[in-house]
Design a protein around this ligand. Structure first.
Ligand SMILES: Nc1ncnc2c1ncn2[C@@H]1O[C@H](COP(=O)(O)OP(=O)(O)O)[C@@H](O)[C@H]1O
Ligand SMILES: [Mg+2]
Length: 271
């Protein structure tokens, strides 16, 4: 049995249900949403899927904190620097929610400055989760010479800044496989060496740009959604990003026998 199979089997034994236990009602009409949470900078977080802010005492928020702690530890040990991307084999596995909750969790901890980038320009969604406009963003910086500092949105949630995807483009694969993209991200990494940069990306199997991005970052967090993705897909995805350290696999929305709300995170080979 491969290490991935072992990790998934182990996680499956724990069998937790993030969707139904943590987020009751959110997949339905949303009529029972509590009032918005106002952050220091005035941004209101209404989305109950952002558990690290909306419901920090839940087990799900705690699991994100564990993911965060593992990453902070890897940074301290020198096995990870400061730029990671979150991806998955196929779409809809929870990349955006994972990147956002991880970023929020990091930013809420004293002294962690975090930059969250929406690099899924095919299907940007982070701005929607945050309840803000997708105005000037990544593509505007990459293609139109907009200044990153002008495009960054301060969320007011700890030291979290956000770079939205920006204007839509007709040729995302070309944009993201270009040398300009590499230079841009390398410059960001070097310009902000003391901040975590978390990049939300398109899924890796269907899109070439995610593979390209993986060669620029220091590590990858892979999200795997139970019941949606196959083991074969996961193995293929890992092949696509090989060459870049796999920091962990987030086993998302697993079915439960205990109805405990939790996200499972495992380090490669050490689940
Ligand atoms: N842990 C979770 N709990 C509840 N719903 C989830 C969870 N993860 C993902 N979802 C649901 O799946 C949808 C897609 O998640 P998202 O993070 O946007 O996926 P991706 O970015 O991989 O396409 C979300 O809008 C949400 O409804
Ligand atoms: Mg997404």
């Amino acid at each position: 049995m491969s290490r991935i199979e072992e990790a998934l089997e182990k996680a499956a034994k724990i069998r937790v249900d993030t969707a139904s236990a943590v987020l009751p009602g959110t997949k339905m009409s949303g009529v029972h949403l509590p009032p918005p949470i106002m952050t220091e900078g005035g941004m209101s977080v209404t989305n109950q899927l952002l558990v690290t802010v909306s419901d920090p005492h839940t087990q799900a928020a705690e699991e994100y904190r564990k993911l965060k702690s593992a990453i902070v530890k890897m940074t301290k040990e020198g096995s990870f620097m400061n730029m990671l991307m979150v991806t998955s084999a196929i779409g809809g596995e929870g990349k955006s929610l994972t990147s956002l909750n991880l970023a929020l969790s990091l930013a809420q901890e004293f002294d962690h400055t975090v930059l969250l980038v929406d690099a899924d320009i095919r299907k940007p969604s982070l701005h929607t989760f945050l309840g803000i406009e997708n105005s000037v963003g990544l593509t505007d910086c990459l293609l139109d010479g907009a200044e990153v500092k002008d495009a960054l949105v301060r969320t007011g949630i700890g030291k979290l800044s956000f770079l939205s995807a920006g204007r839509s483009v007709s040729n995302p694969a070309e944009v993201f496989t270009s040398q300009r993209m590499r230079d841009f991200f390398l410059e960001m990494k070097n310009r902000y060496p003391d901040r975590y940069i978390i990049i939300d990306t398109p899924p890796v199997l269907p899109f070439a740009e995610t593979r390209s991005l993986s060669s620029v970052v220091d590590g990858v967090v892979l999200v795997a959604k139970e019941g949606l993705v196959t083991l074969h897909n996961i193995e293929e995805a890992i092949q696509c990003i090989k060459g870049t350290p796999l920091l962990g696999i987030v086993y998302n929305e697993a079915a439960t026998e205990f109805h405990r709300d939790s996200y499972r995170y495992c380090r490669e080979g050490n689940a």
